[in-house]
Design a protein around this ligand. Structure first.
Ligand code: C5P
Length: 394
């Protein structure tokens, strides 16, 4: 998502500057064209050279001569940026931006930079953050359409403890993505399940599978970034979710079914990516079953409900229901028979080798057509699946 995007980081003077160096590195690594403008006090903490080395772009610091081509060029670049991050946004920087005091290059840029989304990442002493002045300035900036991430609570550089720490750089990055994405799913409710399920035999032993939950987690994150209201029902071990995703962690197929049923009623889209255990133990036991001198043992299993089929057949059926089919051969034929049996709108068929690996790609299978989905990563795969789903409603 960040590949080729122009990001401007406006860097204020606070001890948290060193964390912003990591943010600049992460953005550059993700393929963004990162440009930094530092205030004079930011340069007291870290030299511009650090950011030049991390971004490969010249860092601008002073307001020299606004008629010089170089400086004007940089202001133009700021206007054309896909997003602007102000970090650390100190109390003084917030105040100057809020009041239009253009007394250095960064505040001058902020006065003319009216198109790109702006994400403020404040960091300061707790009393300054909670002061009436900062509160009013923040309200002004939000009213102007700027976004804010953090500050976090915790121990501060001044030795005090409270709200005022710069938000974690990963959180800053994840808050940035929705600001840059097209919000084509705005107003829609998507429900997605993912990961393995775990069936308990006794308090120690379980029945599960090798699913990582990665694709389900990516689908949930991407749909949320594109503006959908997403509920993600996740089996054990599924990767963490974006802050905009409503996540519900479950263990067994039975728990997953109940959560899906509750969330999916009358939703717009349901996607069943979970590798639901086909069976559970007929009798699950408390404590730990003793082996004794048993050499063989028969265990009776009962079939679990088919969650996606249940959702596709409920009276408050979601607008679109999509299932997955992991197959080792005859992918499309097997997928099509599942499509009919489960009464779903489409199946994403893929090879079992995708499971638990970085491999991606498969087939978008409908009743009367199929299309190959080629993708070089799971996130590109997730993005394409979402595109196929949105096309169903066109
Ligand atoms: O029938 P099969 O397990 O191959 O179908 C896979 C699809 O069905 C996936 O979308 C999976 O999430 C869903 N499924 C389910 N409940 C089950 C078994 C599979 O929702 N008990």
């Amino acid at each position: 998502m960040l590949n080729g995007k122009r990001i401007l980081i406006g860097i204020g003077g606070g001890i948290a500057v060193y964390k912003v160096a990591e943010l600049a590195r992460m953005l550059s690594k993700a393929g963004a064209d990162v440009h930094c403008v530092m205030t004079r006090s930011a340069c007291e903490f870290v030299t511009p050279l650090t950011f030049e080395a991390l971004t490969g772009n010249q860092v601008f610091t002073e307001l020299f001569d606004l008629t010089s081509e170089r400086e004007m060029g940089h202001i133009a670049l700021a206007r054309q940026a896909d997003a602007v991050i102000i970090a650390p946004a100190t109390a003084s920087l917030l105040a100057r931006i809020a009041h239009g005091i253009a007394d250095d290059l960064l505040t001058t840029i902020m006065q003319v930079c009216d198109k790109p989304p702006v994400l403020l990442a404040p960091a300061m002493n707790t009393s300054m953050w909670e002061s009436e002045a900062t509160r009013r300035n923040m309200a002004t900036l939000k009213q102007r359409g700027m976004h804010c991430v953090g500050p976090d609570e915790g121990e501060l550089a001044c030795g005090e403890s409270g709200a005022g720490r710069l938000a974690d750089v990963r959180t800053i990055l994840s808050e940035l993505l929705p600001l840059m994405a097209e919000h084509d799913l705005h107003g829609q409710r998507w429900v997605i399940n993912g990961g393995p399920t775990v069936e308990a035999w006794d308090d120690v032993r379980i029945l599960t599978n090798r699913a990582s939950g990665m694709l389900g987690a990516l689908l949930a994150d991407r749909a949320a970034i594109r503006g959908a209201n997403v509920s993600f029902i996740a089996g054990p071990g599924t990767p963490a979710s974006h802050a905009h995703v409503k996540r519900m962690d479950v263990e067994s197929a039975e728990q997953m079914l109940r959560a899906c049923e509750q969330e999916a009623a009358d939703s717009d889209v349901f996607i069943g990516t979970a590798a639901v255990s086909d069976f559970r133990f007929r009798d699950s036991l408390h404590g730990k079953l003793k082996r004794g001198d048993m050499q063989t043992m028969m265990i009776e299993l009962s079939a679990n409900p088919d969650i996606v089929a249940h959702i596709a057949n409920m009276p408050s059926r979601p607008g679109r229901v999509i299932a997955f089919a992991a197959e080792s051969d005859n992918h499309i034929a097997h997928a099509r028979s599942k499509l009919l049996n489960k009464h779903v709108d489409a199946i994403v068929a893929n090879d079992i080798s995708n499971m638990g690996s970085n491999l991606a790609g498969g087939w978008w299978v409908r009743n009367d057509s199929e299309q190959t989905i080629t993708a070089d990563s799971k996130s590109a795969f997730a993005e394409q699946i979402i595109n196929h789903i949105t096309e169903l409603n066109r």
